[in-house]
Ligand binder design. Structure first.
Ligand SMILES: Cc1cc2nc3c(=O)[nH]c(=O)nc-3n(C[C@H](O)[C@H](O)[C@H](O)COP(=O)(O)OP(=O)(O)OC[C@H]3O[C@@H](n4cnc5c(N)ncnc54)[C@H](O)[C@@H]3O)c2cc1C
Length: 467
């Protein structure tokens, strides 16, 4: 029987990053993955393929603005969806191949098959050819991720009533796509198909889309997406999703009991994701699973069984690839006897629509609930030279700072390239910067990042320069 210092179950961004860090720290490491491709949800059916389709559809939608820039396109510009999806798959395959390369480079043993606990130090791997291999380890890290969840009355047939996984490989552009759930995944995929020519309607139970983010971001994103043609039915509870032939009927009810009926050819159910532990036999190792299906962990990502840890989507907290990666690194270092730390307040959240939406720290709503006195400074992108040069005028940066100490408590932004710009806010907050600190840093001109400096000036003493 093969024996390892650390075995990781699941090769998503949590699992594979953890494996690399374990190997760097000198541990004999193995990673178990039930699929033949490495990289988990993120690389195969999540972050990377969705960003590939967002990029392709963004290029297509930008053609509409070429004329403003003096670029004349003659002849018909058409979408070849099959080719677009094939390109996306090529990006996925190459990225997943990159993870395999990293496993080999770091001398990590890759074991393909479903991993199930035998006890707290042994894992059986059920292989595709029907054979079973049992391996042993001093430490085991559960990194089994998540799967799309649904509502009890919805039957996902993966053809017309679909999840994000199927939405990443449709064979045609829907005529009308009804998205159930206005969270990040639904909105991103909605914008892909909106750009490609679909009518897109979003039904959301809460009173706004991307409800976890600062309300000002929801408001601005809704405004921009409405301008692009997306329809929204917020504060509506979906009651029925029914397929008849190639058509799907979606019915939803508002607080007054009024019902709307939407007819479509595809309905994307994106109501969240559930932690995935099916087939893991966690009970055989004595590992506790919470009522929400999450593997229970302490602040050190340790389960109730001391040599078993868990990370990523399968444990509490934001279901984000970079959160899983941080936890993967942290757990490897804990096993090595180090004392790493994650500040969960500083894990940024991003929506990769265009304009992009990004945030870190506390929202206005959270600060109000916790009774913290704060001040706020905003700066609109349309006042930026760089935004005007490129024609990307939508959005703003908002900085929330402590009213007394001026420490930055939250940064919320929507606009061009915010997914990358948010890194400045994370860095500043990691070093406990004040709004004035940011406002006194030189920001290259003309850049989108100047909006951060200007918002910091606005928060410091209402002294933004360019409005
Ligand atoms: C459409 C979509 C877009 C997304 N976009 C983003 C984004 O832009 N940015 C971002 O941060 N996050 C994004 N996410 C979320 C991100 O994909 C997840 O947060 C991330 O993949 C979680 O990583 P993980 O390692 O915890 O688990 P996963 O990536 O889910 O990986 C778990 C792996 O474990 C394997 N596994 C499970 N059980 C077993 C078992 N018993 N034996 C062997 N193997 C097993 C699974 O097959 C899988 O490969 C997106 C998700 C979706 C669906």
């Amino acid at each position: 029987m093969s024996s390892f210092d650390v075995i990781i179950i699941g090769s998503g961004p949590g699992g594979y990053v953890s494996a690399i860090r374990c190997a760097q720290l000198g541990f004999k490491t193995a990673i178990i993955e039930k699929y033949s491709t490495l990289g988990g949800t993120c690389l195969n059916v999540g972050c990377i393929p969705s960003k590939a389709l967002l990029a392709s559809s963004h290029y297509y939608s930008e053609i509409a603005h070429f004329a403003d820039h003096g670029i004349e396109v003659s002849g018909e510009v058409k979408v070849n969806l099959e080719k677009m999806i094939a390109r996306k798959q090529a990006v996925v395959d190459q990225t997943s191949g990159g993870v395999k390369f990293l496993m080999d480079k770091n001398k990590i043993t890759v074991l393909e098959g479903l991993g199930s606990f035998v006890d707290s130090t042994h894992v059986a791997i059920a292989k595709a050819d029907g054979t079973l291999e049992t391996v042993e380890a001093k430490n085991i890290i559960i990194a089994t991720g998540s799967k799309p969840s649904s509502l009890p009355f919805i039957k996902i047939d993966k053809e017309r009533i679909i999840t994000s996984t199927e939405a990443l490989k449709l064979k045609e552009v829907p005529k009308h796509l009804v998205i159930i759930g206005g969270g990040v995944i639904g909105i991103e995929l909605g914008q892909v198909y909106l750009r490609l020519g679909a009518q897109v309607s979003v039904v959301e139970f809460m009173d706004r889309i991307i409800p976890g983010m600062d309300a000002s971001l929801s408001k601005e994103l809704t405004k921009v997406l409405k301008k692009q043609g997306m329809k929204f039915y917020v504060s509506h509870k979906v009651k029925l999703v029914e397929r008849k032939g190639d058509n799907v009927t979606v019915q939803a009810e508002n607080a007054k009991g009024e019902t709307i009926t939407l007819e479509c050819d595809y309905s994307l159910v994106s109501v969240g994701r559930r932690p995935f532990t099916d087939g893991l036999n966690a009970d055989k190792a004595g590992v506790k699973i919470s009522d929400h299906g999450q593997v229970e962990v302490n602040d050190h990502l340790q389960t109730n069984v001391p040599n078993i840890y868990a990370i990523g989507d399968v444990v509490r907290g934001a279901m984000l690839a970079h959160k899983a990666e941080e936890e993967g690194t942290m757990v490897a270092e804990i096993i090595a006897g180090q004392k790493p730390h994650i500040d969960y307040n500083l894990i940024p959240g991003v929506v990769y629509t265009w304009p992009e939406v990004a945030a870190v720290g506390q929202t206005e709503e959270q600060l109000k609930v916790s009774g913290v006195e704060f001040k706020s400074g905003s700066f609109p992108f349309k006042a930026l030279g760089r935004a005007r040069a490129g024609g990307d005028l939508d959005g703003f940066v908002k900085i929330l700072a402590d009213a007394k100490t001026d420490e930055v408590l939250g940064v919320h932004m929507i606009g061009a390239r915010c997914a990358d710009l948010i890194a400045e806010a994370v860095t500043a907050m990691e070093f406990k910067a004040s709004a004035e600190d940011i406002s006194r840093m030189s920001h290259a001109h003309p850049t989108f990042a100047e909006a951060i400096k200007e918002a910091a000036l606005a928060a410091t003493d209402n002294r933004a320069l360019h409005v």
